[in-house]
Write a protein that binds this ligand. Structure first.
Ligand code: AKB
Length: 359
């Protein structure tokens, strides 16, 4: 069995655990020694790394335990609170992590995404399904307060209406990633109904962010394009210019995740299947928007195997259920997201800000 590796010594961790134990809802209420911690699996990933920092900001650094597996954590992640190594496919190891850190809430973000999943379907099944069952079983056994299970627009397939994909609709994905996400939604709903576990989840669209790059997804082009535009002034996109997909900027992704977890459960008629929309655009529209800030930027298109995956997903989603049940409203659209992405990436890449007012 892989050893759990904490970035703080056991004595320090124990003292801090006593002093700072706080549960998921403690942020606005202050310290409470009886409250439990939050564990985030997949904390080194695109969403996990920013969600960890947001939760630490909200609840205090020591009450949020970041868990990774193979990828080493960034400095920001490692230095901002506890970090442990956990293989989610190993149930005993996961259970020991929850016990060792007095965990009450798990955000289970460890997953293999769509493009990597098509290259290695068995690995996708092992990580996405075995890991998920382990999280649910351990959560049931330990009577955890809450579990968050991310789903994806990948649950939809060619039979689903594309514009928009309804909340309740045909779920016949053609990728193994999508299959694991459909199974994950059904299992989450099953554990909620059968065992009373408070499981919640969103169908994330493509997530665009300036901090940790995504890895192995079909929507990764919508992030790569920004790095290449600033670095090289050109990008070869792996889907065609007409490809339209639902996307969301990271601040909205974090807001949606936390708002759903905070929502009054008596209002929720859905649990693990919420469609959440923010913006939809074609690859060409994204390139054009970037060109408004970087007039010399040139985007070309060489679709590869990911085009077929993108073509099986919807262009937009109907997220009325999220509006009605927990007041979902995104803050960013294509223009505001693009401006903010370029501003943040320029700062990170050490590039001078532009002189024009709108760039
Ligand atoms: C992917 O492209 O695989 C993910 C997703 C939409 O779930 N970003």
């Amino acid at each position: 069995m892989r050893k759990l590796v904490a970035s703080h010594g056991p004595t320090v961790m124990k003292q801090r655990a006593v002093a700072y134990n706080r549960c998921h809802h403690a942020g606005k209420r202050g310290w409470d020694a009886t409250m439990k911690k939050i564990l985030i699996t997949g904390a080194v990933g695109q969403i996990g790394s920013e969600l960890t920092l947001a939760l630490r900001e909200r609840h205090g650094a020591e009450s949020v335990v970041a868990a990774g597996h193979r990828t080493p954590p960034s400095e920001a992640l490692r230095n901002s609170g506890p970090f442990i190594t956990v293989d989610v496919a190993d149930r005993r190891q996961l259970a020991a992590a929850l016990d060792g850190h007095n965990v009450g809430t798990v955000y289970h973000l460890a997953a293999i995404l769509s493009a990597t999943g098509e290259k290695n379907p068995l690995l996708a099944w092992q990580v996405n399904i075995d890991g998920l069952i382990n999280v649910l079983e351990v959560a049931r056994d330990k009577k955890l307060d809450q579990v968050f299970l991310p789903s994806s627009i990948a649950v939809f397939g060619p039979q689903t209406p594309r514009d928009p994909a309804p909340q309740e609709t045909v779920l016949q994905p053609t990728t193994v990633y999508g299959i694991t996400k459909v199974a994950g939604e059904l299992l989450g709903d099953y554990y909620a109904a059968r065992y009373g576990l408070d499981v919640r989840g969103l169908r994330y669209p493509g997530i665009i962010s300036s901090e940790t790059p995504p890895g192995g997804g079909t929507t990764d082009y919508a992030v790569e394009i920004f790095y290449h535009a600033l670095d090289r002034g050109e990008y070869t996109c792996f889907v065609g210019p007409e490809t339209v997909l639902p996307m969301m900027y990271m601040p909205d992704c974090i807001k949606a995740t936390l708002d759903l977890m905070d929502a009054d459960s008596s209002r929720l008629r859905h649990r693990c299947t919420f469609n959440v929309g923010a913006m939809s655009f074609s690859a060409a529209e994204l390139a054009t928007e970037i060109t408004r800030h970087l007039p010399d930027f040139v985007c070309s298109y060489e679709p590869d195997f990911r085009q077929q995956i993108a073509d099986s997903w919807p262009k937009t989603v109907d997220d009325d259920a999220a509006h009605d049940e927990w007041d979902w409203r995104p803050d960013y659209d294509l223009a505001t997201m693009t401006a903010d992405m370029l501003r943040r990436l320029r700062a990170r890449l050490g590039q001078a800000p532009p002189t024009t007012s709108d760039a």
